[in-house]
Design a protein around this ligand. Structure first.
Ligand code: SF4
Length: 363
């Protein structure tokens, strides 16, 4: 059995560590790129969302590298995600990869123990102690990656030489990938955070604060959103994103099982406008706008084209009384970087004018 799985940001790093420690034969397909997208688009039904198309491209590329058992995130929610694993398996069979099995892994419904049981099966019944130890190192890597990324989001906006934080970030990601024990990981994490904080900054910079909300996959896979956070950083904007995989894992696998609902605050904020879960992350998108309207200068809403939950959220957002500018960006294979950059520049310009107007009114 050779395992493959789709990409989503840096999540391949903890999974790679987990599988390597359990001696599971695991192939890493190329990070999502133009070829991945074009493979996915060519073999997907046209109306499906970009997460389906890009992950299908990843699965095809993993299959080309010899993977025969593919893990695909799944879910029992209202959106189409729950059908993706079986649809993608059928497409792979139609393409002639007859022995491929696509296993839908529903993190939210399986919870921690269910997930560990799947890992046990994949690792040929490895002892629990080894599974837990491998799982722990994966989680530690995940936490380190996210902590460093949070710092990068702040530094990009104020660094004197644009691109310095990104270079350090790339080195940090590589070092975390290569680290093999907790001590090294801790050193890498603290070392890179310190280096990032020492980057020369523009002393006059007062960055705009822009929240990023929207659908899970496009928030976390930079290729699918045309690296929007980096582009905002270049424009001197500090990005705030609620969703990090480490936080989501803590919530879905641990806290939720203990009956703690970290999302309650966001859902409560959305209640006057949307009374229930509508699948995907639509409820959270509305809640985030309401919750952070006073704190952020603006909000970027990332919505995959044809994603029903985000279409609903997009249509509700203009009518909330908590009013901050929102720019919805539809992510799709048709979205071009130049088009997105033009809209980002205009949006940032608008936010700056609003800030200046607020400032002038005060004096
Ligand atoms: S939430 Fe939207 S984009 Fe995400 S999988 Fe479901 S339909 Fe696709």
């Amino acid at each position: 059995m050779r395992i493959g799985m789709p990409h989503m940001g840096n999540t391949y790093i903890p999974f790679k560590a987990l599988f390597q420690r359990l001696n599971v034969d695991f192939v890493l397909s190329p990070i999502s790129n133009r070829r991945t997208l074009s493979l996915g688009v060519r073999h997907s039904p046209e109306g499906l969302c970009i997460p389906f198309k890009l992950t299908l491209g990843n699965l095809i590329e993993a299959t080309e590298l010899g993977a025969d058992t593919l893990l695909m995130p799944s879910g029992y929610g209202i959106c189409r995600l729950g059908y993706y694993a079986m649809t993608q398996e059928q497409i792979l069979h139609d393409l002639g990869y007859n022995n491929i099995k696509v296993i839908g892994v529903g993190f939210s419904e399986h919870k921690l123990f269910g997930l560990l049981k799947i890992i046990k099966q994949l690792s040929n019944n490895a002892p629990w102690i080894r599974i837990i130890s491998a799982f722990r190192i994966g989680l530690t890597k995940l936490n380190a990656l996210d902590k460093i990324e949070r710092v990068v989001q702040k530094i990009r906006a104020v660094e004197l030489v644009k691109g310095t934080a990104n270079k350090l970030y790339a080195k940090a990601v590589k070092a975390i990938d290569e680290a093999d024990d907790y001590n090294t990981l801790k050193k890498v994490e603290t070392g890179y955070i310190n280096q990032l904080k020492q980057i020369d900054k523009n002393p006059q910079a007062q960055p705009l604060i822009v929240g990023i909300t929207g659908e899970f996959y496009v928030l976390l896979e930079p290729f699918s959103n045309l690296d929007v956070e980096n582009e905002l950083g270049k424009l001197g904007v500090e990005v705030r994103r609620r969703l990090f995989i480490s936080g989501w894992t803590k919530f879905s696998l641990f806290l939720n099982s203990l009956g703690i609902n970290e999302m309650a605050k966001i859902h409560k904020a959305a209640l006057p406008y949307l009374k229930r879960d509508i699948g995907g992350d639509g409820w959270e998108s509305v809640g985030e706008k309401v919750l952070h309207a006073k704190e952020y200068d603006g909000l970027i809403h990332l919505a995959p084209f044809t994603c029903m939950p985000e279409i609903v959220a997009q249509n509700i957002m203009p009518s909330t009384k908590e009013n901050i500018p929102v720019l919805t960006i539809l992510c799709d294979e048709q979205t071009t970087k130049t088009g997105m950059l033009t809209r980002l520049e205009a949006f940032v310009d608008l936010l700056e004018r609003k800030r200046r107007a607020r400032h002038n009114n005060r004096y």
